[in-house]
Each structure stands twice: as C-alpha cells, then as structure tokens.
Design a protein around this ligand. Structure first.
Ligand code: PEP
Ligand code: CO
Length: 463
C-alpha cells in the first residue's frame, strides 16, 4: 500500500472495474436543485464557450491537496475550511477578499501555534456562487418567482428579470472566480501570508477586541520562535509560506461539467473549477446526478452529512465515491446541530469504522444551528456553534476516531449576523450590520474565538 513516502495518487488507477463513467452521465440521473434554463440553445452556446476557457486550478494542485488530506486523515494535519456561505459578484473586490484571507490566516496561526501541527487551509471562495434552496419558488404578496440560487444562476432582487436563470452568469462566475484566485495567489506569493509579518493580517476594527491581547501574545510567541530558529539556522524562506486551496459546493452541474477536463500525462478527469468540491446535504441521493458526477472526477471530494443520513446510505456513498479506499479522497463534513450531534454522529462513526473505511472527519457547526427569529431574520447562536464543536471533539475521542478539521462560514467584515460570542451580540445588534444574502456568518472576532476554542478542546480530547 502506498505510504507517505510514495504519494498515494502516484500510480493509482481504480483496482476494481468501476461502472463506466462519462462526463455527462449525470444527465441521465435525477438532478436536484437545478435551475430551469428557458433557452436550451443559449445554454449550449454558453457551455461550449465555458469549456474553452482556461481552468481555475491545475491537476497537480488537486493531487497535491489529496496527499495533504491523506496526511490529515493520518492525524498529521488539521483542516481549516472557511469562507462565505455564498460569495456574490458584488463582493468580488479587494477589501472583501483580503479581509477574508486575513481572518483565515489569523485563525490558522492560532491553530498552528496551539495544535502544534500544520494546518491545511481551504477557502470557501473563488467559486462558491451556487446555492441549494429549500423551495424552487418564492412568493411575496401574491407574486411567485423562481428562488434565488446564487449569483452563478440568477440575481437576488425580487423581479422576474433578476430571478430568470441566466446562463451567461456562469461565464461571469468563472471570471470572478479567476479574479479572486489571481488576487489570492498574488497576495500569498507576494509575501502577504509570510509568517514573518503577521501584522499584515491585522484588521482595523480589531484593536478594540477583547481577544486582541491573547492573539497578540501568540503572535509574539511565534515571532520569538521564528527569530530563534533563524539565529540558529539562517533565514527561513520556503516553509514559512502558506498555501490556500479552493472549494465550493459542486451544485450547478452544467458549470462543473464544463470545467471538467482531461489533462496531458494524467489518466481520468479533473474538475478544475476548484481543488476540493463538496456534495451538499440536499444533493447526496445515491442515485442522484451529483453523486454520479462526483464519483468520476479525481479531485478529493467531501460530503455533507446531516442528521437524516442513514448509516446504510453513508456506507453506500463511501462505496460509490471511494471504491478503492484511496487515501485523501473522501472527507465527511458532519453538520448535525448542537441538539442532534450526540444522537446521530456516533452511529455514523460506528458504520464507517465497521467497514474499516478511510475518511477524514470534519465538523461544520454552522448549518445544523441555523434558526429564524420572530422578526424573520436568520441567525446562529455562538453558544450552539461552540457546543456542537465541543461535542464533536468529545464524540470522536470516545469513538477512537479523530476530528481532523472544521468547516465554517465566516467573513473578515465587521458584520453582526450570528448572536453571542466575546461581545455577546444580541438580537438587537443583528440590525447593525447584517449583510449576508443567505446564511449568517461568524465575524472576525467570533471566528478567532472559535479557533482558540478548537485549540483548547482538541488538547483536552487528545489528553
Ligand atoms: C452550505 O454549506 O452553505 C450548505 C448549504 O450546507 P448544507 O448542504 O450542509 O446544508
Ligand atoms: Co451556508
């Protein structure tokens, strides 16, 4: 079996004769959450154009990520996956992108320092533009229009023009993803992410944060360690650099198909719209189009696992998506809710353990804890997010498995969307800066607090 010395993907072709797969085979399956485009000719023209455009990531990066995820499965890395619930075209700007990167960098600094292990950073960005919805339509004052499905599909304004699924949005989404990617890569390569200069990541409004002092102590500690090592060994350049990988929900299959390519000197197909696509909770049907599409691509894949998931469905999903138990291939992101995790996670862990299958367990403490207030505003309570995460560490420790990462919705903007946290945001505070068009996100301070909590909890769970 391939060990860490020989990269797991090096020569790995499927051992078993899998069911034949083709890039548009998903079209023969029931496809949930798909918009109805009204002009098939226009749609086809756009998809052909998209198919000619350059990919957003490369197969080398995708395979490198798979190796890193395999290391996380082996307990040698912790995964921090985070970003917006839904990116918007309007927010594809310098400030939003840089601020989001700053929060992720600061969180990962806290995690590296506290967990004493490398952190694998995966953004929910550069393509997180398509959203599943609970209903296909929305009715306001007797007018019914298609639901907003993310900027990749239609616009959020409640007019029939905005809500019409417009194929050209896929071309625009590709372009915005490329701009985001380009800026992130330039920042990271240009030194913004250099551990020698964590002060680059400071966000203006944070100075007054109750967490600032604790964070500054960590930064000083790391600065001291870097200076100490450089005194001994000379300037450290290479390993101080941090990388980002991209992920999004592989929801809009015509878009994903157009970005799925064969590349020279590699076998198989790669979805080059992002490094790490995931299958959402609403599209994980065994015979559904999303599972069919994802089984044939060579990217690492994640599945969102909610409280309704049956052990048998999970076993079959693992069989379909990772028949050869390839290291790094499959991540299970559980999102049960603070009130449901103790009931549902243990049975699923046992099912996976009983099959002896290799997965990376990641906790999304956001999506099972969404609630609607009397005012109609969607929020999440920090106490519930925290509780689900703490329980996740405990449940995995008790089962002898390892929680290898977290999946969060956060932003570097000073928003007030989730209640609680260090500043104890109340229902009244939500009105001050509620900007999300979809799910409520952690703001900078709440995100950093969660990173500190992960360090504390993970220390307890492994003691
Ligand atoms: C999401 O991650 O934004 C999402 C919709 O998640 P889930 O599929 O877990 O509900
Ligand atoms: Co969301």
């Amino acid at each position: 079996m391939a060990g860490p010395e020989s990269p797991p993907h090096a020569a790995l072709r499927p051992v078993r004769e899998a069911q034949p797969w083709c890039v548009d085979g998903w079209r023969a399956r029931p496809a949930a959450q798909m918009p109805q485009y009204d002009d098939p000719v226009e749609l086809q023209r756009v998809l052909e154009r998209l198919g000619q455009l350059p990919p957003l990531v490369t197969s080398w990066e995708v395979l490198a990520l798979k190796d890193l995820l395999a290391e996380a499965q082996a307990g040698k890395r912790f995964v921090l996956q985070g970003g917006d619930c839904a990116e918007t075209f309007a927010d594809c700007n310098h400030e939003v992108i840089a601020n989001r990167l700053k929060v992720l960098l600061q969180m990962s600094l806290v995690l590296v320092h506290g967990l004493r292990m490398p952190v694998l950073r995966v953004g929910r960005f550069a393509g997180q533009y398509a959203k599943p919805r609970s209903a296909d339509t929305e009715t306001i004052e007797g007018v019914t229009l298609p639901a907003y499905r993310g900027d990749l599909v239609n616009g959020p304004e409640f007019t029939s023009a905005a809500r019409r699924p417009d194929p050209m949005r896929m071309v625009e989404g590709h372009a915005r993803s490329a701009m985001t990617m380009n800026f992130v890569r330039a920042l990271v390569d240009g030194g913004f992410a250099d551990l020698h200069h964590p002060e680059y990541w400071n966000l203006a409004w944070v100075e007054r944060s109750p967490l600032a002092a604790e964070y500054r102590r960590m930064v000083d500690g790391i600065g001291g360690a870097v200076r100490f090592m450089e005194t001994l060994a000379g300037p450290i350049v290479g390993f101080m650099k941090v990388d980002f990988f991209t992920s999004h929900e592989a929801l809009l299959l015509p878009y994903e198909q157009a970005m799925t390519r064969q590349v020279p000197r590699q076998w198989g197909w790669f979805d080059l719209s992002a490094h790490f696509p995931w299958i959402g909770m609403r599209t994980a049907a065994l015979d559904g189009a999303h599972v069919e599409f994802c089984r044939g691509i060579r990217n690492p894949i994640a599945i969102k696992v909610g409280p309704a998931m049956h052990a048998d469905q999970l076993r079959q999903l693992i069989d379909i998506l990772n028949p050869d138990d390839e290291p790094g291939r499959l991540t299970l992101i559980h999102r049960m809710g603070a009130g449901g995790i103790s009931q549902h996670l243990p049975r699923l862990i046992e099912a996976v353990k009983a099959e002896g299958r290799r997965v990376l367990w990641v906790c999304d403490p956001m999506h099972g804890n969404t609630e609607k207030l009397g005012s109609g505003v969607k929020t999440r309570r920090f106490a519930n997010i925290r509780s689900e995460l703490e329980q996740a560490f405990e449940i995995h420790a008790a089962a002898g498995t390892r929680l290898g990462g977290v999946h969060l919705e956060l932003t570097g903007e000073d928003v007030t969307e989730c209640m609680g946290g260090a500043r104890d945001l109340s229902e009244a505070d939500l009105a001050r800066a509620y900007k999300s068009t979809v799910d409520p996100r952690l703001n900078y301070e709440q995100a950093l607090e969660l990173a500190m909590l992960i360090v504390r909890k993970s220390g307890q769970a492994t003691r």
